[in-house]
Design a protein around this ligand. Structure first.
Ligand code: SF4
Length: 319
């Protein structure tokens, strides 16, 4: 039930931003689960096409820490995860989510096979594809456009920051202009784009993090994922941390930054995440991030205490 005094329209509880859960429940009338899959297409930022070594924060699991096992076919991965969810929610609907690595990094026929296979699974109501914007070309955008006409498709683009200096420092091997090129190809075909950003990147101030969200909020996006930078074992970021060259964000600063970011986004953008959760076994810091629900609660509490809500400071002129 909507909390008394909550001025934010797209909520039926205490949330003062539009959660993905709210959106999916209202769109499909039932609980909808994303099922993370891993097809191991690799990444151009690791194989030398764009760069080597990957982004400084990327684990060996290619940012798919909770995705399935790539040795299993996608049907087995999907059924395993669906089975676990089925115990809790017997009436659930599903969105296969190609999560790990860059899931448009293959020829169109391979991608077509993958996407349509996943769409054929039982109780599937959509598809989600995570990738880099520089792994989109016109042919791939046409395929995604064709799928978007048939089902609820979301393409998730990793941007992390609009600042090219940050991208360089993180070895992203793509610029904001590269991102816009891929983004525009998707937008021109009416495809829903979810943009993934990270707070706490090296050398970034909270103002820069808020500005990234402001700039991206102007683009006409479908949804956003806001993550916290995790230091994971075996990453280049872990080496920087050991040498004292990087300090993770404190929880209070993170909560404050996310609240500010939410107020600057348009009211109808769907917020798929307000924090991330790296695998516990691989996480070096910040350890407070393991208390994901606590972080989410702190965001809710601060927004209620200070009477903040998504979109309250959104203004096109400001950017
Ligand atoms: S682009 Fe994604 S998969 Fe590739 S190295 Fe960076 S975080 Fe990892």
């Amino acid at each position: 039930m909507k909390q008394k005094g909550n001025p934010y329209a797209l909520s039926d509880d205490n949330k003062r931003y539009q959660t993905y859960n709210y959106y999916l429940r209202h769109r499909f009338g039932k609980k909808v689960f994303k099922v993370p899959l891993n097809v191991d297409l690799g990444c151009p930022n690791r194989d030398g096409t764009k760069g080597t070594g990957g982004c400084i924060f990327c684990s060996s699991k290619l940012s798919g820490d909770f995705a399935g096992n790539p040795c299993d076919d996608i049907k087995s991965q999907f059924c395993d995860i669906k089975e676990k969810m089925h115990h809790k929610w017997q009436e659930g609907l599903y969105i296969p989510y190609f999560q790990a690595g860059s899931n448009t990094y293959a020829d169109v026929e391979t991608l077509k096979g993958m996407y349509y296979t996943a769409l054929g699974f039982e109780n599937v109501v959509g598809l989600s594809v995570a990738t880099r914007a520089d792994c989109i070309n016109e042919e791939i955008a046409d395929l995604l456009g064709e799928i978007a006409e048939k089902t609820y498709l979301t393409v998730e683009l990793g941007l992390q920051s609009v600042y090219d200096d940050t991208a360089k420092l993180c070895n992203r091997c793509h610029t904001y202009a590269d991102f816009l090129k891929g983004f525009e190809m998707l937008k021109a075909r009416g495809i829903n784009v979810c943009v993934h950003i990270i707070n706490g990147l090296p050398n970034e101030t909270p103002e820069m993090m808020v500005n990234t969200v402001k700039v991206v909020g102007e683009l006409g996006i479908h949804s956003m994922k806001i993550h916290l930078l995790h230091i994971l074992k075996g990453t280049r970021l872990a080496k920087m941390y050991e040498k004292g060259d990087y300090q993770p964000m404190a929880m209070e600063d993170y909560v404050d930054t996310v609240c500010r970011q939410l107020t600057t986004l348009p009211q109808d953008v769907i917020i798929q995440r307000v924090t991330g959760d790296g695998a516990k076994s691989d996480l070096i810091a910040p350890l407070w991030s393991l208390k994901k629900f606590c972080v989410m609660n702190e965001i809710d509490k601060k927004m209620a205490r200070e009477n903040l809500w998504q979109g309250m400071n959104y203004s096109k002129e400001k950017v």
